[in-house]
Design a protein. Structure first.
Length: 322
């Protein structure tokens, strides 16, 4: 494992120093009036028909910001000469690109070459969560689109579902997010589904001896085994927050406290004093401050390593550089 670890630490330096001071609310008021309303209308069109798209759209924004900052690089297609982030294993299950493309198409008709794909993705993620009655947060705009997207960076630098608390804290710290941001943003697992392959090693072969992760609730393990019938199951999907996976709420923390977090990265939140205290607080208070905290951490995440001013470009199409 030394090689991936080395690459991980080498690549931490790739995220540019944050230019977030170049972002501001209402950035397009003069250059493209109504831009934010167009994005919201487009997002509503899709979410009203398929509310479960909210989770993958949120995840797409997260995956974008963790690699090279929030620059829309996750949206770029691979080319003959380059394998892009979109083809990294963690990104192969991303969905919702059609929402970004539809919003971009509308904006290009009204204001050609003005609104970046990175800004569209940040707005779509916020609007999608708000539309399913989740928290609403401010999205300062002015991001520009990156021209570089490398598969290996996404493969090694996205927080994996099997990460322990030490790795998670280091990966979040590398992009300017702290332990509270880690536990708050993990709460995004209150919505959405996961493929069995992201966690079956926990229930079928945790230490390589055909065993189960001893930190998991036994009844939860049995339920998961009834859905994911073997460690090789790559097709079945399960709810990350059973019974509540379409509702953005604080129930995720109650599950984690009961040792029913689906991923090792969920269970790991109980292995650190600060993250454990937050889990217990939200579980006990039914997520009393979760919406406010999530909004704050999302706004902070949306500022990671942004390109502003004359850096990057404004793509004409989100899946290709100009």
């Amino acid at each position: 494992m030394a090689f991936p670890r080395l690459i991980f630490f080498l690549m931490l330096a790739i995220i540019p120093i944050c230019n977030a001071q170049g972002l501001k609310l209402g950035y397009y008021e003069k250059t493209c009036p109504g831009a934010e309303a167009i994005v919201e209308k487009t997002t509503s069109h899709y979410i009203s028909r398929a509310p479960t798209l909210a989770a993958p759209l949120l995840r797409m924004h997260f995956h974008d910001c963790f690699i090279r900052g929030c620059d829309g690089s996750v949206l770029l297609n691979s080319t003959k000469n380059n394998l892009a982030e979109i083809d990294a294993i963690p990104n192969q299950s991303l969905r919702g690109f059609q929402v970004i493309e539809a919003a971009k198409s509308e904006l290009e008709q009204k204001c050609p070459g003005v609104v970046s794909c990175a800004d569209i993705l940040a707005l779509v993620a916020r609007d999608a969560i708000s539309l399913i009655k989740g928290p609403y947060w401010n999205v300062p705009l002015g991001r520009r689109d990156g021209k570089v997207s490398i598969m290996l960076e996404a493969l090694f630098n996205l927080p994996p579902p099997f990460a322990n608390i030490t790795t998670l804290k280091a990966q979040f710290a590398s992009v300017g997010l702290n332990a509270k941001d880690l536990v708050v943003l993990s709460g995004g697992h209150t919505i959405g589904n996961s493929h069995c392959s992201s966690f079956t090693s926990r229930i079928y072969n945790f230490t390589g001896k055909g065993d189960t992760d001893p930190t998991m609730d036994a009844n939860y393990v049995a339920r998961l085994k009834s859905k994911c019938t073997s460690i090789n199951d790559v097709k079945t999907i399960v709810e990350m927050d059973p019974g509540s996976f379409k509702i953005f709420d604080g129930s995720y923390y109650s599950l984690v406290e009961k040792r029913r977090g689906l991923f090792q990265s969920d269970a790991a939140l109980l292995d650190d004093n600060e993250t454990k205290a937050y889990v217990k607080l939200q579980a006990m208070s039914h997520g009393s401050t979760f919406f406010k905290d999530f909004a704050e951490s999302m706004e902070k995440m949306g500022r990671i390593g942004v390109l502003t001013g004359k850096a990057g470009e404004i793509r004409k199409r989100c899946s290709f550089i100009n």
